[in-house]
Design a protein around this ligand. Structure first.
Ligand code: PGA
Length: 253
């Protein structure tokens, strides 16, 4: 990663945990986290306030896994707004994760609206893009991730990426144990950064692009060493304090 960009590691707990398990996971991460590291934990929404309390006094950020596209309170059963996330202590929110795109039919346009809602509430959106195995095998990777990113650029403007973070997560590498090679990931990271740079050279150079998909302590260092990989979005390995903090420690200092 570039020396001018600070690395970020976000733990996406997905639908895992319990009050007891979360308390010991947060305590373990706090105890072993390298000083000065930039890292965020994203527990299930029902545990956000609990985890916020457990993180008090630490530099670890708190993120949600989703946000409503609606800014104002209203009749939106099962949703929560960016303002509510801020209210319980969140600094970040994941938007457009492939599991939400696939399981909840989230469109590129909806992901753009959620990104805008997060920014309006003062949250840092972690905007996820990534292709399926079928799309990769069909040679459509660049077209798919380009389309997903362009929807956010069209809906929110390139200015969004002054604070928003991008995450490249090839769907075939998520939870499969099959990691993209550093070269495969670097190729797509450079492409994504290039699309942003084409609109604004400064923002393109400063935006942080995370890699996600079976990142482990054993492969993090070689991924994070690539020039356009600025950290990771970590699923399974974020549920083990020692593994997660080892990944955070792999960010070049
Ligand atoms: P994984 O998940 O690290 O378990 O592959 C990453 C993600 O989906 O964010």
């Amino acid at each position: 990663m570039s020396v001018t960009r600070r690395g970020l590691v976000a733990g996406n707990w997905k639908m895992h945990g319990s009050r007891a398990a979360n308390a010991s996971l947060v305590a373990g991460v706090r105890a072993a986290l390298p000083a000065g590291a930039d890292c965020v934990l994203c527990p299930p929404a029902v545990y956000l306030a609990d985890v916020a309390a457990a993180l008090a006094g630490s530099s670890i950020g708190l993120g949600a896994q989703d946000v409503s596209p609606e800014a104002a309170q209203g009749a939106y059963t099962g949703e929560w707004s960016g303002a509510m996330l801020r209210d319980v202590g969140c600094s970040h929110v994941i938007v457009g994760h492939s599991e939400r795109r696939a399981r909840h039919g989230e469109s590129d346009a909806l992901v753009a609206r959620k990104t805008a809602a997060a920014l309006a509430a003062g949250l840092v959106p972690i905007v996820c893009v990534g292709e399926t195995l079928e799309e990769r095998d069909a040679g459509a990777t660049a077209a798919v991730v380009g389309r997903q990113l362009e929807a956010v650029l069209a809906g929110c403007g390139v200015e969004a990426f002054r604070s928003a973070v991008l995450a490249y997560e090839p769907v075939w590498a998520i939870g499969t144990g099959r990691t993209a090679t550093p070269e495969q990931a670097q190729e797509i990271h450079a492409l994504l950064r290039g699309l942003i740079r084409a609109r604004d050279a400064i923002i393109g150079g400063s935006v942080r692009v995370l890699y996600g998909g079976s990142v482990k302590a054993s492969n993090a260092r070689e991924l994070f060493a690539m020039p356009d990989i600025d950290g990771g979005l970590i699923g399974g390995a974020s549920l083990k304090a020692d593994e997660f903090t080892a990944i955070v420690a792999a960010v070049p200092g």
